[in-house]
Design a protein around this ligand. Structure first.
Ligand SMILES: [Zn+2]
Length: 370
C-alpha cells in the first residue's frame, strides 16, 4: 500500500477522510484532498492510538483507521475464514476478559480463542452457545454492563440472577437424569446395576423435590435410553433451572471407591460458575452425610454438561465394583440420605449467602415455604 500525506488527492484520500470524519475527527466532512485539516485529524488519530504521530497514512495507520470504524453491534461477529478485525472485536474481547472469559489479548482479531470465550459467556448466560455475537449476546452484554464491575463479574451476574429468581424452591424446574436405562444397565457389580440404582435414587429425589414445590422432570422412564444429547435437549426444552445427572461408577480395581461430582468446564474461562457451585454443594453435602470417600469435584465436557443451557451436575455416586460402596448403595436408607443431601444442595444454591447454613446440618422442611 502506498502512503498518503499532506497535498495528496484522489479517491483513496476521500476514503481516509471519510473514515476520519466517521470518527468525529477533522472538520467532519469528507474531502478528496489531503489538506491541513486532514493532516491534523490523522495526527490526532495516531496519537490516540499510540501510533507514530507523523500525519502520514501508511499501512499501519490505514489498518487502524479501517478497524476503528466498527462499533460493537454494527455487524454480526463470528469465527470466519478471513477473520473479522475491528474495534468492535476488540470491544467484545475486552468485555469477555472483564467478565472472566479468556479471550486472550484484546487484539481486535476474532480468532478461535475469542470464539471459545464467547461460547463460554453464552453458555453461562443461558444463550445458545453458537459463538456468534449477535443481538441476543449484545443484549446480554448490555445487561451485564449495568450490574457488573470488577471482581469475578460472572459470579456477581449469576448471583444476581439467582437472587432475582428468589431464594425458595417452589416454582423451580429441576430435571433429573438417571443415567443409562432400557437394555443399557450401566455399571454392574455385587448384584446391583447402575440403571436401577439411579432410577430408584431419582424417584426418591423426585418425591422430595415435588413435596417442596419443585417441578421435577425425568429424562427417561424404566424402559428407554435417550442419548445424552437428547437428554440435554429435553432439559433445554423444559426450561430447567438445573439438571442433575445421576450415575454410579465402577472401576477395574475393586479398591476404587467414593463419590465425585462433575460440572461443565474446559479450562480457565469456560467453566460454568453456577454448575461448579452446585457440584461443590452436592459433593459436600453427600460427603458430610455419608461415609463415602470424597473423590472431589471435577470439570468435564460431557454432552449432558456441555449441551445443557442451565447449570448441570453429574453425580457419580460410589463404585459398584467396591464391596463397601455396593453395600451402601444396596441400602434404601442410604439412598434416602443421598436424596436428602442432593435436595439440600439444590436448596442451598438458591439461598442468599447470609442464609446459607453450614454443610451437613440443614434440614429442608425448616426452609420450605420461606
Ligand atoms: Zn453411568
Amino acid at each position: 500500500m502506498q502512503q498518503f500525506r499532506l497535498g495528496d488527492t484522489g479517491p483513496a484520500v476521500a476514503e481516509i477522510s471519510a473514515l476520519l470524519a466517521g470518527l468525529g475527527l477533522g472538520n467532519g466532512t469528507a474531502s478528496s484532498t489531503f489538506d491541513e485539516a486532514t493532516d491534523q485529524a490523522v495526527r490526532e488519530f495516531q496519537q490516540r492510538r499510540g501510533l507514530s504521530v507523523d500525519g502520514i497514512v501508511g499501512p499501519e495507520t490505514y489498518a487502524a483507521l479501517a478497524a476503528a470504524r466498527w462499533r460493537l453491534g454494527d455487524r454480526l461477529l463470528s469465527l470466519a475464514t478471513r477473520p473479522y478485525v475491528g474495534d468492535d472485536v476488540a470491544a467484545l474481547q475486552e468485555r469477555l476478559l472483564e467478565l472472566g472469559f479468556d479471550a486472550g489479548r484484546a487484539d481486535g482479531v476474532f480468532g478461535r480463542r475469542t470464539e471459545a470465550a464467547l461460547r463460554g459467556l453464552q453458555r453461562e448466560y443461558g444463550l445458545v452457545p453458537d459463538g456468534t455475537c449477535g443481538p441476543a449476546t449484545l443484549r446480554a452484554l448490555r445487561q451485564l454492563g449495568r450490574h457488573v464491575t470488577g471482581g469475578r463479574p460472572q459470579v456477581l451476574r449469576e448471583s444476581e440472577t439467582l437472587h432475582r429468581s428468589g431464594a425458595a424452591l417452589p416454582g423451580k424446574v429441576v430435571v433429573l437424569d438417571p443415567g443409562h436405562g432400557g437394555a443399557d444397565r450401566g455399571a454392574t457389580g455385587h448384584g446391583l446395576d447402575e440403571a436401577a440404582v439411579v432410577e430408584d435414587l431419582a424417584a426418591r429425589l423426585e418425591g422430595r423435590l415435588t413435596a417442596v414445590g419443585v417441578r421435577t422432570l425425568l429424562t427417561r422412564g424404566a424402559d428407554n435410553r435417550p442419548s445424552d444429547a437428547e437428554r440435554a435437549e429435553f432439559a433445554n426444552d423444559a426450561g430447567a433451572d438445573v439438571v442433575l445427572s445421576l450415575h454410579v461408577d465402577r472401576a477395574a480395581s475393586p479398591r476404587c471407591q467414593g463419590v465425585a461430582s462433575y460440572h461443565f468446564g474446559a479450562g480457565r474461562g469456560t467453566t460454568s460458575t453456577i454448575g461448579e457451585k452446585l457440584a461443590s454443594l452436592v459433593q459436600r453435602e453427600v460427603v458430610a452425610r455419608t461415609d463415602l470417600l470424597d473423590c472431589r469435584v471435577h470439570e468435564k465436557t460431557w454432552e449432558i454438561l456441555r449441551l445443557t443451557r442451565m447449570p448441570a451436575v453429574r453425580l457419580e455416586l460410589g463404585h459398584l465394583s467396591h464391596p463397601g460402596d455396593a453395600a451402601r448403595l444396596a441400602d434404601p436408607a442410604f439412598r434416602d440420605t443421598v436424596a436428602e443431601a442432593v435436595l439440600v444442595a439444590i436448596q442451598r444454591l438458591y439461598l442468599p449467602a447470609d442464609l446459607d447454613p453450614p454443610t451437613g446440618v440443614m434440614r429442608l422442611p425448616d426452609f420450605a415455604g420461606r
